[in-house]
Design a protein around this ligand. Structure first.
Ligand SMILES: [Zn+2]
Length: 210
């Protein structure tokens, strides 16, 4: 697995290009406003972007979903509960986007346990509500890699006080991630990478967190 990360302003979203080097097939995880950079990186490596995986439906991580689909024909995937957000975002102007994003109809509606194959890489969908109702993490077991979006960051977790958020569900979700091997590499939606075993605060997470 070859991993490229682009930090996209203005909210410093982490956008990932994940390439299976054997087949040169790639996934984008949360494109944010890094579409052009991600397309350039894919071209540089000679990789084909086959799928865009959205960890959740907020307008910042999903902003360039449609531009990547247009350029590559990639399929857009999101956990089914967050799918309606992709159309809702198109009706709302946000200060951090130059314009409302185009309405996006996802190609793949993910459920708990859904697996997306990109070359030899398999992304397993873990439903981790709390930041939004349909937040998900993507786990690549063969690489011990976990893409956590706005669920888990190094040293903290995503907000639970916006529409669709739930502190109680966030506790459930963070506890469930602890069942993965401590050597799992965590690639979050904001901030630096970490190792699951280094996030010792997770063992103390208790309901309610505010
Ligand atoms: Zn978010």
């Amino acid at each position: 697995m070859l991993l490229e990360k682009v930090v996209a302003p203005p909210l410093d979203n982490n956008a990932y290009l994940v390439i299976d080097e054997k087949n040169m097939q790639a996934a984008v995880v949360d494109p944010a406003l890094a579409g052009e950079d991600l397309l350039g990186l894919a071209e540089k490596h000679g990789a084909k972007i086959a799928v865009v995986l959205n960890t959740h439906g907020h307008p910042d991580p999903t902003a360039d979903d449609e531009s990547i689909r247009k350029a590559t024909g990639a399929k857009i995937a999101i956990f089914e509960l967050d799918a309606p957000r992709l159309e809702k975002n198109a009706r709302e102007t946000r200060w951090f986007l130059p314009a409302p994003p185009p309405s996006v109809k996802p190609d793949l509606l993910l459920k708990e346990g859904s697996e997306i194959r990109v070359g030899d890489l398999t992304f397993r969908t873990l439903h981790t509500p709390g930041h939004t109702e349909g937040s998900a993490c993507f786990y690549v077991a063969s690489e011990e890699a976990l893409f956590t979006g706005d669920t888990l960051y190094a040293g903290s977790h995503g907000r639970t006080d916006t529409f669709g958020g739930s502190p109680a569900k966030m506790v459930f979700s963070l506890r469930r991630l602890q069942e993965l091997p401590p050597t799992t590499h965590v690639y979050p939606g904001h901030g630096t990478e970490t190792m699951l075993g280094d996030e010792s605060w997770l063992t103390d997470v208790m309901y309610p967190i505010l």
